[in-house]
Design a protein around this ligand. Structure first.
Ligand SMILES: C[S@@+](CC[C@H](N)C(=O)[O-])C[C@H]1O[C@@H](n2cnc3c(N)ncnc32)[C@H](O)[C@@H]1O
Length: 219
C-alpha cells in the first residue's frame, strides 16, 4: 500500500526516478519566483539540495543563474540529469552529510520540500522524535559547513512557522526569517542567514514549541 513513509526511503526514490522525468512538489517556479529572487543574485554559487525532478534549477539557469550544483541521493536521477543538463553540476550525496561538498564553497543553499520528506515518519508536528531532531541537526550542520560565512539557506516549505522556525533555530549558525507566497493557501520561504544571532526568537519559540528545541538525546 502507498504510504507517505516511503518518502524517507532511498529505494523508493530510486525506482520512482526510473520512470519520472519531471514532478514538482509543493509549487511550481512561477508561483514562488518573485519571493525567491528577492534573496539571490546570478553572481552567487548555488547548491540545490534534494533537487529531485523539479525544474527549479533549470528555471533559475534560464534567468542567468549559471553557477548551480544539484544534490540528490538517487543515483538514477543524478545520472540522467547529468546527461540532460551538462551545463550544471549534479552530485550524488546525502544531505545529512553533504560529504562530497567542500567547506565554505557556496553562497546559497536551496531546498524545496526535501526537509518534509525527511520527516514523513513523524507522528506529531508538536513533538518530534529524537531521531528526527538528530536528522535535522545533521542537515543543518552540513548546510552550514558548505556555506560561506555570510551565506544564506533558503527552505521552501508548506510547514507552518510554528514548527519549522524552531526546527531551523536548532542551528546556532543562523538567523531565521519567514517569507510566504500563495493566494489561498500559503507556502513559506524560510530565509536563514548565516553569521547572524537568533536574538529573542529563540526565547519566543522555546515557549511556543519547546519540543522542537529540546536536546536530541532525550526521548
Ligand atoms: C519530496 S522530493 C522534493 C523534490 C524537489 N525538491 C521538488 O520540490 O520537487 C524529495 C527529494 O529529496 C531526495 N532526498 C530525500 N532524502 C534525501 C537525502 N537524505 N539526501 C539526498 N536527497 C534526499 C529524494 O530523492 C527526492 O528527490
Amino acid at each position: 500500500m502507498e504510504s507517505n513513509a516511503q518518502y524517507a526511503e532511498r529505494d523508493y526514490w530510486e525506482s520512482r526516478f526510473e520512470k519520472e522525468s519531471h514532478y514538482e512538489w509543493l509549487a511550481g517556479f512561477d508561483s514562488y519566483k518573485e519571493v525567491l529572487l528577492k534573496y539571490i543574485n546570478p553572481a552567487q554559487r548555488i547548491l540545490h539540495i534534494g533537487c529531485g525532478s523539479s525544474d527549479l534549477s533549470m528555471r533559475l539557469y534560464e534567468l542567468g543563474f549559471t553557477n548551480i550544483a544539484n544534490v540528490d541521493f538517487s543515483e538514477t536521477l543524478i545520472a540522467s540529469r547529468k546527461k540532460e543538463y551538462p551545463e550544471m553540476e549534479w552530485i550524488c550525496d546525502d544531505i545529512t552529510t553533504l560529504s562530497q561538498i567542500t567547506d565554505s564553497s557556496y553562497d546559497v543553499v536551496l531546498e524545496k520540500a526535501t526537509i518534509e520528506a525527511l520527516l514523513v515518519k513523524e507522528k506529531s508536528v508538536w513533538s518530534p522524535s529524537s531521531s528526527a531532531l538528530r536528522t535535522l541537526d545533521a542537515v543543518w550542520a552540513a548546510v552550514s559547513r558548505v556555506l560561506v560565512p555570510q551565506g544564506i539557506f533558503l527552505s521552501i516549505s508548506f510547514t507552518q512557522p510554528h514548527f519549522r522556525v524552531p526546527a531551523l533555530l536548532r542551528s546556532p549558525a543562523w538567523n531565521v526569517q519567514t517569507d510566504l507566497f500563495g493566494e489561498f493557501f500559503h507556502f513559506f520561504v524560510y530565509v536563514c542567514r548565516k553569521g547572524e544571532g537568533n536574538g529573542e526568537m529563540m526565547e519566543r519559540y522555546a515557549k511556543m514549541s519547546p519540543d522542537w528545541l529540546r536536546s536530541a538525546s532525550e526521548e
